[in-house]
Ligand binder design. Structure first.
Ligand code: HEC
Length: 118
């Protein structure tokens, strides 16, 4: 499983000291797996969202042009949108569902706990 590749996380951002920079529930992050664009996000976004949202998608199925997730920077710029539509009690993306609760939790932990832009 992808998140087991956590040993490749940057050595200068130990998850245990994340409380310095993250203005949220840091207990949740302290125990969280190390999730980053490189070991989770890119793969998740590609398989779960980019089928409709990629700038290069053959058929967007109506996905708005302004919501593309081609790069880690685009994802972080839209972090709150993504958390809003794809995590929580009543996610609306992807429209047909099909994402496991575990993967939604990983998405949430990634975007809440990882250093911004990673
Ligand atoms: C089957 C195609 C499809 C997939 C897959 C898909 N989307 Fe969408 N997305 C749409 C469509 C269509 C809209 C516009 C209609 C709407 O907002 O419901 C949209 C709208 C959005 C918006 C704008 C919402 C708003 O309120 O304006 C965001 C953000 C978004 N999607 C994120 C995602 C994320 C994150 C994923 C992956 C977890 C994803 N989408 C997967 C089709 C898709």
């Amino acid at each position: 499983m992808l998140f087991l590749l956590s040993c490749s996380s940057p050595p200068d951002v130990p998850i245990d000291s994340a409380s310095e920079s993250i203005p949220i529930d840091t207990d949740m992050c302290t125990d969280a797996p190390v999730l980053r664009w490189t070991n989770f996000g890119e793969s998740f976004m590609t398989h779960t969202c980019q089928g409709c949202h990629a700038s290069t998608a053959a058929n967007r199925y109506g996905a708005p042009e302004e919501h593309t997730f081609d790069t880690v920077d685009e994802v972080w710029t839209q972090r709150n949108w993504i958390l809003g539509v794809a995590t929580g009690e009543d996610p609306s993306m992807p429209p047909e569902g099909g994402v496991s609760a575990d993967d939604r939790k990983r998405l949430e932990l990634w975007l809440l706990c990882a250093p911004e832009g990673t």
